[in-house]
Structures are given as C-alpha cells and as structure tokens.
Design a protein around this ligand. Structure first.
Ligand code: IVH
Length: 718
C-alpha cells in the first residue's frame, strides 16, 4: 500500500496524487467485491478507513480530486439481478451462546418459560451449525417450484434455476409428500472443492476466493446457471417453512422425513436431554471440526417437540426454542499503532485502536474498538478489573485481538514482555476532537458512579454529532433515503450556500424547493451529481414524505431508542400526535402519561427518561415541528390478529397463574395482538387475576375494569 502510514499533513502533492489514484482503484474494487456479495475482502471498518483517508487527502489537496473519485461517485457497480421472492414464513436468525453457562441458562429458560421443573424431561436436538448460505426450497405437488436465498429474512432472491443444478437437492419428491413442502437448509461448498477451485483460479491468473462460504454464495448468484452447476455445491436440510401438512411432530422426526425424501441431512445431529450431555456433544463436534470437509461455526440446539416449540414461540428476530452455541473466537497478535477517537451521534467518544494488519480467522483486521476510557485502563463497566492491573492498552503495545463472527474485533489483552520502554499510558482526551467542546463522563444518578462513556458536551454545535445524527436519520432502518449516504450528508452539511446546505433533517425535505429557487448552485452542475442522479435523489426524498411511525420515531435518534423500542412506542401510541402529546404531558416524570410510558412492556425507566428528556429540549421540538411540515408519519398498523377479541386491547396479569408461566401468558397475549402492561390504569381493558392478586385487582375493581380468572381468560381468547 503506498504511503498508507504517512500522516496526510506530511504528504507531498506527488504522493497525494499517487495515493488518491490507488484509493480510487482500491475502493472501486472493494465496492464491486462487496456488491457482488461473493468476496468482501476487508471489513466495513477498513473500507470506511479507506474512504476517510481519501476524504482527508482530498480536503488537503482539493486540486487533486479525480473524476473517478470515490467521494463523488454515486452508487456502485451494477449487481446481478434476481427477482425477489417473499418468504411464506420469515427466515429467522438464531441467538448466540458462547459459554457452557450460557447453554445452561438457555436450557433453564426453556423450562422456566414452560413452567416446568428442570428435570431433564425436555429433549433437545444438537447439530452442527453449517457455515454456508441458508436457502428455502419450495415444492408443490412434489415438484420443485422455486428456491430463494434468505435475503433480509422477509424477502430473498429467486435462485431457482441455480438450485436446480445442485445434484444433492431433489427436483421431485416421492409420492405421498404433503402438497406444499418448503425445505430449508444450508447450501455450502466443501473445503476440498474450495481449495481445488482456488488452485484452478490462481493457475488461470484469476482472482481467488476468500473462504468456502463466500465462494458458495458467489457460485450461486450466477446469472448463468451452468457456472453454478460446475461448482459442485452441496446441501444439508435442517428446517422448514410452509408445510400444508406436518409429517412429524418433532424436530428429529422432521429431519428424518427430509432424509427419506432424498435430502442430505447432517449425520452428527443427536437428540439429548441432560444439559451436560448437550455440552459434551458440542465438545465432541468441536474435536471433529478439523476433520470435517465443510466449515462449521458452532452447534445449534433446538427443542425437539414441535408443540413445545410452538408454545415457546419467537422473540423479535429469533426463536426462544433454539440457540447457536458458537465455537470460540479466533485470536491473533498484533501491534497498536495509534489510538483514534470517533465521535458518535450521541456524542460518545469511542477510542479505536489502529492495528498493524493481521489475519484473524481468515479476515484481515486493522481496527479494534477499545470501547471507552476504562476499557483501555483494564476496567469493566462497573469498574471491575477485566485484565491484570498493569495491562492498560498503550500505543506501541503488542496485543491479542479477537474476532467472533460478525462482532467488531476486540483487544483482549496486552503482552507485557513486549511493551516498549517508551510506551506511556494513554491519556483520554478531555475535549471533543471534532468540536473542541468539553468531553465529560456523567455521573449515574442512581449509583453515583461515573458513567463509562465520555461524551462531547457540544450537542448541536458538534459537527460530528450533527452529521452522525443526519446519517442515522437517512439510514436503512430509519428514513432509508437512497442516494443520500454518508458521503453526500458530509457534502451537504459542509455546504455554505442556502440552496445546498443540510444542517438538520427537515432541510433534506426543503432541498428541492431551495434548489428550484437558485440559479447559482444547481446540484446537477456539481461534480458527482448529474441530472439523473439529482432527479433520483429528489424522488427518493419525496417517497419518504409519508413514513411508518416506528421509522419516524427511530429516525429521531433518541438515546436508548433502537428499532425495537421505536416499534413498541409506535404500537402503544398509534399516531405521532398521541405520542407527542403524551411526551408533552409527561415532562414532570409523574402522572398518568409518565405511568403509561413506563407501563409499556420493554420500556424501562432509563429509556422512558431519555425519551421524555428528548422532547423537553426546545431545539428538538423545533426541528420536529419543521420536520412535521414536510413529513407525515403514518398511524401504526394495528396488531395483526384482528379476529382475536384481545387485538389492540391492554391486559394486565396479576396474582399467580397456574396453567402458564407469566412469560408464556404474556407472549401468547402479545401474539394475539394485545398489549401487556405491568400496572392497572384507566387504559387497561382486562385484568387476569390468579390466586393471591392484591392491589392491582383492587385498582381494577375501583376503575371498573373487567376482571377474569385464568380459565375465563383461556375461554375468552380460545
Ligand atoms: S436453524 C429459526 N440449524 O444459521 C431458525 N440454522 O444464525 C432456523 N444455520 O440463517 C435456523 N446451520 O443459515 C439452523 N443446523 C442449523 C444451521 C443453521 C446453519 C444458519 C442459518 C441461519 C443462521 C442463524
């Protein structure tokens, strides 16, 4: 890499030009690798690092900005296009488990949820977690009709023709199978085929692949199915989507059926009861791992009985009845070259270690998060030691880095024998590196302890906070405005001209009008934009003038309010007006509106406070008022099960329940569209009271809320 290490301020013009050329090519190459989805060779953080380096050099040498500069290129190379298929049942992911204790917790949580003593009576299956691509293959009347990748879990890509070339996947099923069968499992490439293919590619002077998983993905996403056919992909069946009829009533039974129907199933799958046996099987599979001809990254446990799976149900993205026990993360040694501070949307100063590039588990790592000041010192979030006392992290240190799955690489420990004598303790900045405002650690009101996060106090003055806020606003799960990425936000934010500048979210929606009134600074005349992309951008912005309420709330960037919380709020309040009014009424942190907010299941006091505080800030109110002139949040969809008598109703459970655990009763009510609250108020529709019910029952009677016992409740929702 040319001159990578030279600080930008020391670059000569000649060096800068050479590096910009290199960066343009390198970023374009990675764009293509990424968007082709088959062979990303660097992490997102490293990719961002390249872009930042490019930006920094361009800032210092604006005369050197290239026509093909990555900072002005909008969009990326065209992708191979496959039609979308909406999955009949979502394809979910699995929760991860890392230690034996996590596994014990998982097993006990299953018993607890079902209200049973952990007596070993529940059977679990344990099977390897295949590191490939998940696939849903649909058969109607025994014929393969389509096959789709997982995609975002809701819709995937139609890769039917490619899947039909995989010899291990039957095109027809034997007579007697249900009319509709959706078999799900993992498409993978064997390690030996991967190595052979790479040797061949190298011999032909072609780009080699990174690992079997990406190769399998690349082999599948071929417009020419003949290429897929030549790659000898394989398959393991382990799950299902829609089934017109269930051929078995256990996980093991289903997999056995798949085997009978001609699908390969994994031979290491076992059915076990005792936690210790489950853990032993995990260890056994771990020992076999190097000898298997396919990559695995853990062991998946599932509750065997399907009726119990149904009772356990799902959390937002993953089933309660399954977990993936991952193999330990990969580690490597490297050096800390520098410690940089990044300033986030909420002002948090996050130290990042810039490392000498090192390969960890097949991926090159150059950055690792150091979390916060205490982490660098070797202290955890509650001030407890997490490393030996003198093992603080210093520039120049040799460190052990760890990468686990998609998690950001971590610096685990320092190799003290290798500490250079001149290394000094890292001094955490007292000022924001971006806006120079004071950076402080707040004191937790309840515990009196210092918060581990250091925050810039600059608020809206801080350029980093403001731009990060905007980037969050336009991000995929918020307003999702295509053509308005990180680069463009920086450009519009820096602009001084009234017809161009975007400083707060509402400015995005007034941009077109301001452009229409301007002759001097037409966006289409600015390098990198062009007529077509400007029109596309304005269309993309206009498309978001109506937006789902939860996206709107999430986009506001309220501290602690992620997507899940935004959805809870949208569902609880229904309309933006109702939500805003309630927040207005709750400013004193007391009264009905405050209680209602706290009663939403899943919203704790810290969050509730952050939300109310957000709406107390006049500047936020002003921005939202302007935003509301441009954008209309749609009323939240009312809960799905509209034919259920409790859809949209608020229920409180009190006293002891006998037929269900509290968790199961709650999950069941929610799946039927009810809100479950923790305390009784005027808004409560039903109180389900078991033996021992006390003050909540009294309050219900006092307010005239309908009260039922457990049996009446069950009959009511049946
Ligand atoms: S079960 C509802 N079993 O892991 C959960 N998944 O992290 C259905 N995977 O997207 C998945 N091996 O691609 C299951 N034996 C196995 C698996 C497995 C690999 C993948 C699958 C899924 C991801 C979840």
């Amino acid at each position: 890499m040319p001159a990578e290490q030279t600080p930008v301020e020391n670059l000569t013009e000649e060096q800068a030009a050479a590096e910009l050329a290199y960066l343009a090519a390198e970023i374009a190459r990675n764009d293509e690798l990424y968007h082709g989805h088959d062979a990303p060779q660097i992490s997102d953080a490293d990719y961002d690092g390249l872009k930042r380096r490019n930006d920094a050099i361009e800032k210092r040498f604006p005369q050197l900005i290239r026509a093909d500069s990555p900072s002005i290129r909008v969009g990326a190379a065209p992708l191979p296009t496959f039609a979308a298929i909406t999955h009949s049942r979502p394809m979910l992911s699995l929760d991860n488990t890392f230690s034996d204790d996590d596994v014990r917790d998982f097993v006990s949580s299953v018993y607890r949820f079902l209200g049973q003593l952990p007596d070993g009576s529940i059977a679990f299956t344990a099977e390897p977690k295949i590191d490939g691509l998940s696939m849903s293959i649909r058969y109607e009347n025994g014929r393969l009709v389509n096959a789709a990748t997982r995609g975002d879990g809701t819709t995937g890509e139609n890769v039917t023709e490619n899947i039909k070339t995989i010899k291990e996947i039957p095109n027809r099923l034997p007579a007697g199978v249900p009319d509709v069968v959706e078999v799900r499992g993992e498409v993978y490439m064997t390690k030996s085929d991967f190595l052979a293919l790479n040797e061949k590619m190298a011999a032909e002077g072609k780009q080699t692949y990174v690992n079997p998983r990406n190769t399998a993905a690349g082999s599948l996403r071929q417009l020419d199915a003949k290429v897929t056919a030549s790659r000898n992909l394989k398959f393991f069946a382990y799950a299902w989507g829609e089934m017109s009829e269930m051929p078995a009533d256990t996980q093991m039974g289903m997999v056995e059926k798949f085997r009978e129907w001609g699908f390969p199933v994994n031979p290491l799958m076992k059915r076990l009861h005792a936690v210790e046996d489950i853990i032993a099987h995990y260890k056994d599979i771990g020992l076999k791992r190097p000898d298997l001809d396919y990559e695995i990254d853990g062991v998946v446990y599932k509750v065997d009985r399907l009726d119990l799976q149904a009772r356990l149900g799902f959390r937002s993205r993953s089933p309660r009845w399954a977990t993936a026990h991952k193999f330990p993360a990969e580690q490597a040694f490297t050096h800390v070259e520098r410690i940089d501070i990044q300033v986030g949307r909420t002002g948090a100063l996050t130290p990042v270690a810039r490392l000498t590039p090192v390969t960890v588990g097949g991926v090159v790592v150059t950055n690792a998060t150091l979390h916060n000041e205490d982490y660098i010192k070797g202290l955890g979030n509650s001030g407890e030691p997490i490393r030996e006392p003198d093992h603080d992290i210093r520039v120049g240190d040799t460190v052990i880095v760890q990468r686990a799955g998609d998690v950001i690489p971590q610096v685990l420990d320092v190799v003290m024998e290798k500490r250079p004598p001149e290394a000094v303790p890292y001094e955490f900045p007292k000022k924001c590196p971006v806006c120079d405002s004071h950076a402080v650690r707040e004191r937790n009101e309840k515990t009196g302890k210092l918060d581990s996060v250091t925050r810039c106090t600059g608020g809206f003055v801080c350029r980093a906070q403001a731009t990060e806020h905007l980037k969050h606003f336009v991000s995929r799960n918020a307003f999702d405005i295509e053509g308005l990425g990180s680069k463009q936000i920086d450009f519009f934010f820096e602009a001084e001209d009234d017809a161009l500048k975007i400083r707060t979210a509402p400015d995005i929606f007034t941009l077109k009008r301001r452009q229409e009134g301007s002759t001097l600074t037409k966006l289409e005349n600015i390098e990198g934009f062009g007529k077509v992309s400007v029109k596309k951008l304005f269309d993309a912005i206009d498309e978001r003038r109506e937006i789902a309420l939860h996206r709107f709330i999430y986009a506001l960037g309220i501290r602690h309010v992620g997507e899940t919380t935004a959805k809870l709020l949208a569902r609880a309040y229904g309309t933006y007006e109702a939500f805003a009014k309630a927040m207005d009424d709750a400013t004193e942190f007391s009264g009905d509106a405050w209680d209602d907010l706290n009663n939403i299941e899943g919203i704790g006091e810290v969050m509730a406070r952050a939300i109310v505080e957000f709406f107390k800030e006049p500047r936020n109110v002003e921005v939202i008022t302007r935003l509301r002139e441009e954008v209309t949040p749609q009323a939240a969809e009312q809960p799905v099960a509209s034919n259920s008598p409790i859809a949209g109703k608020t229920v409180v459970f009190t006293g002891s329940l006998e037929k269900f655990t509290r968790d199961e009763a709650k999950a069941r009510a929610e799946s039927l569209g009810a809100k479950v609250a923790g305390s009784v108020s005027k808004k409560t529709d039903y109180v389900v009271a078991g033996p021992g019910a006390g003050s909540k029952l009294d309050k219900a009677r006092e307010l005239g809320v309908q009260v039922m016992d457990e049996d009446e409740w069950l009959a009511f929702i049946a």
